[in-house]
Design a protein around this ligand. Sequence first.
Ligand SMILES: [Zn+2]
Length: 293
Amino acid sequence: MNGAVTRTRALARSGRLYPAVILHGATEEARRAAALEIARTLLCERETPAERPCLECRHCRRIAWPGDGEERFHPDFLLLVRDLKTSTSAEATRDWLRAAQVASFEARGQVFVVAAAETLSAEAGDALLKAIEEPGLGNPRHFLLLAPSRLDLAPTLRSRSLAVFLGPAEAPDPDRIARLAEEIGAGVDRLAAGGGALFLLDLAGRLAAEGDWSDPRAEGGWTLAASAVRAAALAPERPPEARRRLLALAEALLVAAPWRLRGISAERILEGLVSRHLAPLAARPIDTPRRSR
Ligand SMILES: [Zn+2]
């Protein structure tokens, strides 16, 4: 199972899951499968949390997407699915949220799933936000918001949710990652051997040249850069300090996408992150590099 889903399931088992979770990235099928797994974990009736979801109890068995074989229905598993290729309207959202004003029927809590959260109109998003913030009636309520990217959701919703990235829609080509990782490794070695700021700019430039940055909300370029930096870190010949700094850079790259929405170019973000994390590896101290304007 996807590592992100495993970690989220662990939070659900221990009762520490955020009330609102954004499941984003990967494919629509993967997002739906992750939502089912988490909903079953939250509502399964097994006493021992580690055994949830059991997939056998009266709750687990009835939690399903409509159209998945026989019609199954659970009154505490509430789905908001878009009918047409239009935005999910405020009216439909409010109707659907009415169930949040009553206690759960059978299970220990309720799970609300928005199947295509990227289609929520601004007003629908506000209605949802209000429901997330309202205290429940004693039984836990969970909201799972599914979208291709977390950046498809309003900032107010994002700030109140745990974003779980399920992986890129298409896995980056392993040959491309390996080639880029080798270039990064060579660049880091040159830096440690006495190279200066220009080597940092060169490294950032290589990462920038590989990614597709046309859509500011797309995560693909960041995933590719992070995968390559991680592979460079884990190369057996890499010294421990370089490995540590490269792994930190890979982590930072995975959460860099929102900067694009503030109008900062991918090149500038990459230069900033590469400098911050890798400048200490240089043989002699260097200032943060600046491009001539
Ligand atoms: Zn169960």
